[in-house]
Design a protein around this ligand. Structure first.
Ligand code: FAD
Length: 454
């Protein structure tokens, strides 16, 4: 069978590429080959543990694809012959393509900890069956240990802590939770939310072994202490799934992702790669970074889908701005671009602006919560480098304004003069709106000659 476009992988990147290609080139035949029939929305995986009454609520349906006339084949792609434009499936079936898109995603990384494969240790997997088994085990657990204190570990801890029978620990080797996404004050606020829910946070510590004969019983840390455990959840990050690409001889990046150019083309001209399996470069430094987010995956997918039969949209993927948001306890946290910490690591000279205001006006209105924002600017040009926000649910969309500002290369004056919609029931007051006030605060520092915070 021959298709104009074959997409391997039915995650956010694969689905978005297929839908975009079909919408831009409706006359072309598009097929998605997906290994897992019961795939789930990856970002909602933590909420399959408790928030959802049935984990099946998180299953990704095929309807958007089939409604658009996209063919779906549930099978694993096992071999790729780029000279013959041929893809071989696990069933032995052979498919031929004009354009191929690899959207094979990432798998959970397993840290080199003794006993990591013991029963009772769960790596996060993007499948209903694995996550349902994790949920069952978690339900009866008295002691849960989570390895990894990034946003996934923190979200799992928050979910598990909703069961009053379960004592939850997070082990993180960095000095703070969510260390790379936020500066200290926001990391501390995340830890405080978890502490309020009874989660014990062990930062600056590494797990060295997992104990237990038939089942896991404890996790031993590098200071010799031991945490009792009847379930261990591993959330230490991902590893790009490049097996197919590697065997086909495609070029890989130094960190082992599939190398692509700005149009998501691999080293073979009619083969593209998008999402977690494709190389990620930082928006500001263009260095390769280990950032895997659905937001970046979907943007790359739209570029690949649009440009798949000829370049129509020039250089849209200029690197990831790492925009993301989460909710821990009762507080929402969001970040985009660079933090003071990453600026220091990369040697950027910066000025920051900060603001705090209620997210309703007046702040006495029901549902109001305090919103806190920090913006980071380049010290001379005043270019917006990043932002961090905490507060109520509006944080989830406000960070997108920051993310767009970064991508559009706005500077501190653009933000200081920005027109923003406000409403008493929906947003902060226009007089003290944190986005504008934080920019104003940074500008005041620049005017006063306090040009560099660092
Ligand atoms: C618990 C969790 C929470 C997250 N939360 C967020 C969030 O809130 N916001 C955010 O932006 N990002 C979040 N992410 C990251 C986000 O989920 C990923 O960046 C995103 O899933 C990447 O999409 P993808 O399509 O590239 O890869 P994947 O989602 O990994 O999908 C790849 C698919 O390809 C299939 N596949 C692989 N190899 C083959 C093959 N040979 N043949 C056929 N099929 C194959 C796989 O089975 C899989 O279904 C989260 C991730 C996790 C694990």
């Amino acid at each position: 069978m021959r298709y104009d476009v074959i997409v391997v992988g039915g995650g956010p990147a694969g689905m978005t590429t297929a839908l975009t290609a079909k919408s831009v080139y409706p006359e072309k035949s598009v097929c998605v080959v997906k290994e897992i029939g019961d795939g789930v929305i990856p970002c909602a995986i933590p909420y399959m543990i408790n928030t959802m009454s049935d984990p099946a609520q998180n299953v990704v349906g095929n309807k958007p694809l089939s409604d658009s006339g996209i063919q779906i084949i549930v099978d694993k792609a096992v071999a790729l012959d780029t000279a013959a434009d041929k893809l071989t499936l696990g069933s032995g079936r052979e498919l031929y393509y004009d354009r191929l898109v690899l959207a094979t995603g990432s798998n959970s990384a397993l840290p080199p900890v003794e006993g990591i494969r013991k029963p009772g240790v769960f790596a996060i997997a993007k499948s209903l069956s694995t996550m349902s088994a994790l949920r069952e085990k978690a339900k009866g657990a008295k002691e849960a240990v989570i390895l990894g204190g990034g946003f996934i570990g923190a979200e799992f801890a928050d979910e598990l802590a909703k069961n009053p029978e379960t004592r939850v620990h997070i082990v993180e080797m960095m000095p703070k939770l969510l260390n790379l996404a936020f500066d200290d004050e926001y990391c501390d606020a995340v830890a405080a939310q978890l502490a309020q829910s009874g989660v014990k946070v062990h930062t600056g510590r590494r797990a060295v072994s997992i104990e237990g004969k038939e089942e896991v019983t404890a996790v031993v840390l590098d200071d010799g202490s031991s945490l009792p455990a009847d379930i261990v959840i591993v959330g230490v990050g991902g590893r790009p799934n490049t097996e197919l690409a590697q065997k086909a001889g495609l070029t890989l990046s130094p960190r082992g992702s599939i190398w692509v150019n700005s149009y998501m083309r691999t080293s073979v001209k009619n083969v593209f790669a998008v999402g977690d399996c494709a190389v990620k470069r930082d928006f500001f430094t263009r260095e390769e970074v280990p950032v895997w987010l659905a937001s970046t995956a979907a943007a790359e997918a739209r570029i690949a889908g649009t440009n798949i039969f000829g370049i129509r949209v020039l250089r849209q993927i200029q690197g990831t701005v790492s925009a993301f948001s989460t909710k821990i306890g009762s507080v929402c946290f969001a970040s985009a671009g660079m933090t003071c910490r990453t600026c220091e690591m990369e040697g950027f000279r910066i000025v920051t602006g900060e603001a705090t205001a209620p997210d309703r006006h007046p702040g006495t209105l029901p549902g109001a919560s305090l919103m806190k924002m920090k913006l980071v600017f380049a010290d001379r040009a005043g270019a917006l480098l990043g932002g961090q926000i905490s507060g109520g649910p509006s944080v989830g969309e406000l960070i997108n304004a920051v993310s767009i500002g970064i991508q559009m290369k706005l500077n501190v004056r653009d933000l200081d003069m920005m027109q923003i919609a406000t409403h008493p029931l929906l947003s902060a007051s226009p007089v003290v709106h944190p986005l504008v006030s934080a920019a104003h605060n940074a500008l005041a520092k620049l005017r006063a000659g306090r040009s560099v915070d660092r």
